[in-house]
Design a protein around this ligand. Sequence first.
Ligand code: SIN
Ligand code: MN
Length: 291
Amino acid sequence: MKLTPEQRAQFECDGYLFFPGHFSPEEAKALTDAVPDLYSKRAAFNVREKGSDAVRTNFAAHLISEPFARLARHPRMVEPVMDLFGEEVYMHQFKINGKMAFEGDVWQWHQDYGTWLNDDLMPTERAMNVAIFLDEVTEHNGPLMFIPGSHRKGVVDAKHDLTTTSYPLWTVDNDLIRQLVDRAGGKHGGIVSPKGPAGSMILFHSCLVHASGSNLSPFNRVAVYLSLCAVSNHIRCHKRPEYIAHRNFAPIELLPDDCLLKPYPVEVPWKNGLPESALQTSLEVLDTAEA
Ligand code: SIN
Ligand code: MN
């Protein structure tokens, strides 16, 4: 799947592209059905909400669960990203965010590339976020909020918030958010929230400033976030464990387009639990000579 010139121009301008119903209800169901088993595991890869047992983020499902291993190789998801970068990509991060009914807590305003630069020494912003909705997203269940065009500011100031939620994040302060929202149109389009059925997909730039409110509704808002990085732009530091920031920089090998509906064989090396190596960290900066 290739992007049209209009879609490329829109991505440059707004920093995101929304594809409502990009995957069919059957394809979305193949993924949604695999979530309860993943979330039930007591393991480091399940980060739970502060003071609650609800899963906030599940990491590395593509190495644990076959349906998600197939999604990680899906051409309808990977090809547009390769097309935009003009290069092959590897999986930098794979999350299934719960944002569960009544329990899902906020994600403060942030840019993902801020974290990837500060924590993982990713050289440039040539990495893309892909969000895939596994539940319908409405105005009630904590939709993502974007500030259109904010990616054009590059990396903005951020502070490491270790206390607000159960997951540390480099967050952007309110004054700067106010400025960015004003510049994007204030009350008239300064913040947007793509909403749509399960199976919808968003591509968003790694510098696009985004957040989401809490989910006080009785409806879950489970979504997969895949972060695809250009192979030449791989991370240079393993300060975070491998189950959060991956270290296999090999290009993704694509499966056929019907891979969510047919049991194509895939490897799930962590299906019986995380290996010791997936928990190790290091402050060493990798040799960049070959980059
Ligand atoms: C994220 O920014 O990584 C997650 C935001 C959300 O799930 O609402
Ligand atoms: Mn984010």
